[in-house]
Design a protein around this ligand. Structure first.
Ligand SMILES: O=C(O)C(=O)C[C@]1(C(=O)O)C=C[C@@H](O)C=C1
Length: 115
């Protein structure tokens, strides 16, 4: 092994891997923050729907979101099937939250409006 190698991996390769991983970590942090903001909005939607006795899921809206996201994915060279699966995964969690909000509104005598 030469002085520029560590455990058989060239130091320049390790430096490149570290640089790429730092960007990956930044992107993952951004995804977490963006999802947190999205869930803050959907919690408000869930409270609004529960207060007005609207159903948790809106399949027509979902169909429009999926069609739009697939188009965006294609133009960004991301697999549209992956984009659709990801959105469905997120929406399924949102609907679960909406259902929890709706059932807690119905059982505690609240009118659904929070202070
Ligand atoms: O837009 C709504 O009606 C929502 O409840 C939000 C949302 C979403 O997460 O984007 C979730 C459930 C609905 O089926 C559609 C969309």
């Amino acid at each position: 092994m030469t002085s520029s190698e560590t455990n058989g991996i060239d130091e320049s390769v390790l430096a490149e891997l570290t640089r790429l991983r730092e960007s990956i970590d930044n992107i993952d942090a951004a995804v977490v923050h963006m999802l947190a903001e999205r869930f803050k909005c959907t919690q408000q939607v869930g409270r609004l729907k529960a207060a007005h006795k609207l159903p948790p899921a809106d399949p027509d809206r979902e169909a429009r979101q999926i069609a739009r996201l697939r188009r965006l994915a294609e133009s960004a060279k991301l697999d549209p099937a992956f984009a659709e699966k990801l959105l469905n995964f997120i929406i399924a969690e949102v609907i679960r939250h909406h259902e929890t909000i709706a059932s807690s509104n119905g059982s505690n005598g609240s009118n659904g409006h929070s202070v």
